[in-house]
Design a protein. Structure first.
Length: 83
């Protein structure tokens, strides 16, 4: 699944991620959210798009980083092209 495909699904669901470079990504950027509560939305999306194997594969590889009082959820398998 391309970054554009993934972003289109998120946009259709009114979810607005930002660009993030997580651990071991060496500056590459992927979609991210600033709240652990995004997991609830991701579970709902998994149910809605259960026939889309590529989408479910992306969801399976979500990672988190602790940022003090907040947590960032990010998708390192969905890399944005350098613009």
């Amino acid at each position: 699944m391309t970054a554009e495909d993934f972003m289109e699904i998120l946009e259709n669901e009114n979810l607005e991620p930002y660009r993030y470079s997580g651990r071991g990504m060496y500056g590459r950027q992927c979609p991210a959210f600033n709240s652990i509560f995004i997991y609830a939305a991701l579970v709902a999306l998994a149910a809605k798009y259960h026939d889309d194997v590529d989408f479910l594969n992306v969801l399976k590889h979500v990672r988190t980083d602790s940022m003090g009082l907040d947590t960032v959820c990010y998708f390192p398998d969905v890399i944005f092209a350098i613009e």
